[in-house]
Design a protein around this ligand. Structure first.
Ligand SMILES: [Zn+2]
Length: 306
């Protein structure tokens, strides 16, 4: 009960009187972005995510239902950095609502102004690399996501200037809260600074970097490319429990491979929460970060820390 209340306090900001008839209709591509919209818009918005919490947004297919939802929206928010490149352009082409198309006042690319990491020197999309514009998973790190929250606030103000004060106030509170929580975890991880981690997909990289952890290798040889037996064998012959402290992966990838690597090395496998709503308690980007940080902390401690 206490935990539930704490999450409610961390996540939900409510201002104004609930007027469902006047709520803005907002559609986002992911649950993380939907949570950010709720944080900034409070009860002034009615938000829907096109992907569910345990769906990998790299691989959705455009559906007529998505077109209908976007067509009826006042604001559409996408993650950017080509996360949704396989389906959003098609949905936007099909919609008759020009305002939510790229360049329209009701369109938000939440990545605007964020500096991506891991921008490839040569684009290897032919080989299936799903990160051609750099790492798109910035919502896993709430301080980095402040810029996304700003972009969302700007979008809400463009379509609903009358409530700009509320949106800006909620943005300010989000910035304060996310700074506080991330700082708390950075301090907690300080003794483990430089601890080596193996990942599966490059999903948690921004948060691992903020926590001072060192990603030494990935089970996927390139983002979106399944590992070969040879690549797994190389990982097992290169690393041991002295050189690596945990393996972290997403629930939507083959956990047998994650287990094989973790067990072979002799460390814990952390199945992280990839998105808001994918784990109990991870109901906004701040608690998503906290849930993942706690899981990683426990795994590192289980293998003796630094
Ligand atoms: Zn990815």
């Amino acid at each position: 009960m206490k935990i539930v209340r704490l999450h409610a306090i961390v996540c939900i900001i409510m201002f104004g009187v609930l007027n469902s008839w006047s709520q803005l209709r907002v559609t986002t591509t992911t649950t993380d972005l939907a949570a950010l919209v709720e944080t900034i818009g409070g009860d002034l918005v009615d938000v829907t995510s096109l992907s569910r919490p345990l769906q990998d947004a790299h691989y959705l297919d455009a559906t007529p239902g998505m077109v209908v939802r976007i067509s009826r929206s006042d604001l559409f928010v996408e993650n950017g950095f080509e996360l949704e490149t396989g389906w959003v352009p098609e949905v936007l082409r099909e919609t008759r609502n020009r305002r939510v198309r790229r360049g329209g006042e009701g369109h938000v690319d939440a990545s605007n102004g964020i500096q991506a990491i891991q921008i490839p020197q040569s684009i290897s999309r032919d080989q299936g690399d799903v990160h051609p514009s750099g790492n798109p998973h910035y919502t896993l790190e709430p301080v980095l996501a402040q810029q996304a929250a700003r972009n969302i606030a700007d979008g809400l103000i463009r379509v609903d200037g009358a409530n700009s004060e509320t949106y800006l106030k909620n943005l300010e509170q989000y910035i304060e809260r996310s700074n506080e929580i991330v700082e708390k975890w950075v301090e907690k991880f300080e003794p483990y600074s430089g601890t080596s981690i193996i990942i599966y997909h490059k999903h948690f990289d921004y948060m691992l970097k903020t926590l001072g952890l060192d990603i030494v290798d990935a089970i996927e040889p390139l983002p979106g490319i399944a590992p070969s037996a040879g690549h797994v064998a190389t990982l097992l012959s290169t690393f041991d429990s002295e050189s690596v402290r945990a393996v972290i992966m997403e629930p939507w990838h083959d956990q047998r491979v994650g287990k094989q690597v973790a067990e072979g090395i002799g460390v814990d496998l952390v199945v992280g929460c990839p998105s808001v709503g994918s784990c109990d308690g991870a109901n906004c980007v701040i608690t998503l970060f906290e849930t993942n940080a706690a899981k990683i902390y426990e795994a590192i401690n289980a293998t003796g820390g630094n």
